[in-house]
Each structure stands twice: as structure tokens, then as C-alpha cells.
Design a protein around this ligand. Structure first.
Ligand SMILES: NC(=O)c1ccc[n+]([C@@H]2O[C@H](COP(=O)([O-])OP(=O)(O)OC[C@H]3O[C@@H](n4cnc5c(N)ncnc54)[C@H](OP(=O)(O)O)[C@@H]3O)[C@@H](O)[C@H]2O)c1
Length: 401
């Protein structure tokens, strides 16, 4: 079971959980597993969490990653440059679903390297919609690298209600973060787009070249256009200043520390919460919509592993889709079935077709990812759902809901 984690708790009590053997892990990180975490230096504050040199004694004979041909460009060169001990990675949105997953991968899977400092920010450290607060946080932490996750995020129904807020908030956050990164000389920024920002009317599978090829689905146009502008920022910073700022495009993310709010969260955490309540109260499970729309889900821990690879090895400005295979797309009904099984729910399941379905599908191609990482293995969907349900049940009191 994963620990109930506030940073404070694990900083003071961290003993090393042996890493799960992950087939791709040695290949991606080329590092030994974390044996201890004694050299965590500055975890004092929950608000700004700094992981100093999470031990991960790295095999420095880079280039010999098992499982990968030696001539792959991302193996030959380590794109994450910086003097040893001087790499400071600041994660905006570090307290959210994806930020927490990165933190866990760094702690438990040898994902951190000697000399790296990791700083995980919450909105309490700086409201990134505010330029002065954004400047102050860059001034304070002086990052060399940024993983930019902070965003106004929500599910279908929250998006439908608040398109203007999604547009304005995310535009401000992204402009502030990217521009301060540039002004403070940050070497690399990895931002997060989403497959739900692609054109509504399109051919499938969608790929990285199609982001701007037509209007997004009307349910989330505010979020979508704001996210698309990150790609515009990245291209413009490269054209004008040669900056290598890039973005990843994940599909639907889920995992521990998700937002399990039924009204405002994403479909899978919402289903988990509703099933939990239905089970407790002995009522039917109401699934919103027909259950027919299809989605590719990515487990937050898999996304975290891939984000570390992107930060260190991926050298393009153009974004990259991070997704399971097309054949692994599941219907909302199949997702509900997985939740029902994971929680052992025995009651009736009802599909409420008076509720919106949203975009029918967004099937994305991961062929670009597969060219770089042919051997990366994603956590099986049912296993990831089970782990997420277990986390939710064990952490019900502290979970966002
Ligand atoms: N979840 C998905 O299915 C999904 C899919 C594709 C892409 N993405 C993208 O992945 C990234 C991470 O998403 P997530 O699911 O981890 O989000 P999340 O769990 O909702 O977390 C959002 C994070 O952003 C921070 N934040 C929000 N507004 C802020 C502000 N004004 N100033 C500073 N920080 C702010 C939050 O801080 P507090 O904790 O202090 O509120 C939190 O750390 C986002 O860019 C999102 O668009 C998500």
C-alpha cells in the first residue's frame, strides 16, 4: 500500500521501499535502484519540497542501456545537461496527480540522479496566474529545468461550465511560467498538453502534427485553445531565442492523488468515488452517459516515468504523445467494469443517458513514442485501476473529492 503521503511525512520517515522490477526501468534511467534516501536535505516545508540528490547512484557508463540498441540517439547523449550538482528541476503543479507520481517515481524507482535537486511547487508557493509571484518563485529556486504541470484541470462537466475560466487561467499560468523560464535562463521546460485538445472533427488516429488542424470539441474549447498556445509559445521561443522548450501530450491520466470529485473530476476517479459511495450505501451505481465513448487511459506512474525520460533525453521542440497503444483504448463501460471489479461492487449499474457523453473518441497514435522507446511497458489497465482504487479506499479521508 502506498504511504499516505504528505511530503513532510515521507521526508522524515523515508525508508526505502524496494522498487518493483520494471522491465523498462534500467533502460530508461540507466541507474541502480534507490538504496536509501539519507541525503534528502531540505524537506522541512510541505509547501516547497526539495529533494536533494536522491541517492540513485547512477551507472555513469551511459550508452549501454540494456534492452535498447546502442545506436539510438537518446541513449548516446544525455540531453539533460548541467554541471554535476547544479541541476535544479522545478515542478509546477507538484502537488497534483502527475506531480505526486513524479515524486514517487523519484523516491522509489531510482529515477533521480546524483546532483539533482527537485522542487515541487503547489499553488501556495506561488499563484502562477500572477506574474510577480511567478517571478518571485523563479528567483527563489533558480531552476535549470522545469516540468510545468500547473493548470486549471477538470472533467467534462466542469469544462462545460467554465470555458472562460479555463481559457484565462491557463493562458496566464502558461505565459508567466514560460516567460519567466526564458528570463531566468532555464535550459529546458517540459509542459503538459492533452489529447482532449485535438480537433473534434478529425481522422484517427490523431498524431502530433494535428494539434492545430481544426476547432476542438465545444465542451472544452477554453482549456483546449489555452493548451494549444503552449505549442505556439514553444515554437516561438525556439524561433526567436533558440530555447528548447517542449511539451508532452498525455491521454486521460489517472492514479493516486487524483481529484475524485464526482462533479468536477475526470471520468475514472469520478467513477471510483461513485462506486465507493454506492457500495457503502447499498444503492445502484449511476454511470453518466451511454458508456460507449472510448478513451485511452495512462497510469500516472507510467506518465511520470516517461516525463523523466522526456526531460532528460527527448531533444525536440515538437510535442510528443504519451499514450498506450490504440488497441488498448477502452469504452467508459469497460472502465466502469474495471472499477466495479476492483472495488468488489455487487450492486446494479445504470447508465444515465440524459448526461452528456463528450467527444466520442480521441484515439491517439503513440508511434512517435514507440520510435524512441519501443520497449517501454505500460502498467496493465486493470492493475492500475486496482492500485488506484486501493489508494482511494486507504486514503479516503485525505483524498481530493
Ligand atoms: N488529469 C488528466 O487526465 C490530464 C490529462 C492530460 C493532461 N493533463 C495535464 O497534466 C498536468 C497535470 O495535471 P494533474 O491532473 O496532475 O492536475 P491536478 O491534479 O489538478 O493538479 C493541478 C496542480 O496545479 C496546481 N495549480 C493549479 N492552479 C495553480 C495556480 N494558479 N498557481 C499555481 N499552481 C496551480 C495545483 O496546486 P494546488 O495543489 O496547490 O491546488 C496542483 O499542484 C496539467 O497541465 C494538465 O492539464 C492532465
Amino acid at each position: 500500500m502506498w504511504p499516505q503521503s504528505t511530503a513532510h511525512a515521507y521526508a522524515s520517515t523515508m525508508t526505502v521501499t524496494p522498487c518493483r522490477p520494471l522491465p523498462f526501468q534500467k533502460s530508461i534511467y540507466n541507474s541502480k535502484r534507490v538504496k536509501n534516501i539519507r541525503n534528502v536535505r531540505s524537506f522541512g516545508e510541505v509547501r516547497a519540497q526539495s529533494v536533494e540528490a536522491l541517492s540513485g547512484s547512477r551507472n555513469k557508463s551511459s550508452g549501454g542501456c540494456s534492452g535498447f540498441p546502442a545506436d539510438r540517439p537518446f541513449i548516446r547523449s544525455n540531453k539533460m545537461e548541467g554541471e554535476a550538482g547544479k541541476i535544479r528541476v522545478m515542478v509546477t503543479g507538484g502537488t497534483g496527480l502527475v506531480g505526486k507520481a513524479i515524486e514517487r517515481v523519484l523516491q522509489e524507482e531510482g529515477g533521480a540522479r546524483d546532483g539533482e535537486t527537485w522542487i515541487f511547487l503547489s499553488s501556495k508557493d506561488a499563484n502562477l496566474m500572477d506574474a510577480a509571484e511567478t517571478k518571485a518563485v523563479f528567483q527563489k529556486h533558480r531552476p535549470t529545468h522545469v516540468i510545468h504541470l500547473a493548470a486549471m484541470v477538470g472533467g467534462l462537466f466542469k469544462n462545460m461550465r467554465l470555458n472562460l475560466s479555463f481559457w484565462r487561467n491557463n493562458i496566464y499560468i502558461n505565459d508567466n511560467v514560460l516567460h519567466k523560464a526564458h528570463e531566468f535562463g532555464v535550459q529546458k521546460v517540459v509542459s503538459c498538453l492533452s489529447t482532449c485538445i485535438f480537433p473534434d472533427k478529425t481522422t484517427y488516429p490523431i498524431d502530433e502534427t494535428m494539434i492545430h488542424s481544426g476547432p476542438p470539441h465545444e465542451s472544452n474549447f477554453g482549456y483546449s485553445y489555452a493548451k494549444r498556445m503552449i505549442d505556439v509559445h514553444n515554437r516561438a521561443y525556439f524561433n526567436q531565442y533558440g530555447r528548447k522548450y517542449t511539451a508532452v501530450i498525455p491521454t486521460n491520466v489517472f492514479g493516486p492523488h487524483d481529484n475524485f470529485n464526482i462533479e468536477d473530476g475526470h471520468v475514472l476517479p469520478g467513477l471510483i468515488h461513485k462506486t465507493y459511495i454506492a457500495q457503502k450505501e447499498g444503492t445502484a451505481l449511476q454511470v453518466w452517459g451511454s458508456g460507449r465513448p472510448r478513451r485511452q487511459f495512462i497510469y500516472s506512474l507510467d506518465l511520470a516515468r516517461l516525463l523523466l525520460w522526456v526531460l532528460r533525453e527527448y531533444d525536440e521542440v515538437e510535442p510528443i504523445i504519451l499514450s498506450v497503444e490504440e488497441k488498448d483504448e477502452v469504452s467508459i463501460k469497460e472502465a466502469a467494469d474495471a472499477v466495479v471489479e476492483a472495488l468488489g461492487f455487487k450492486g446494479e449499474v445504470v447508465y444515465d443517458t440524459s448526461k452528456a457523453d463528450g467527444q466520442f473518441k480521441k484515439t491517439a497514435s503513440n508511434s512517435k513514442l514507440r520510435k524512441y522507446l519501443p520497449d517501454f511497458s505500460f502498467t496493465p489497465f486493470n492493475k492500475a485501476v486496482k492500485e488506484t482504487c486501493d489508494w482511494f479506499v486507504a486514503n479516503y479521508d485525505i483524498a481530493r473529492k
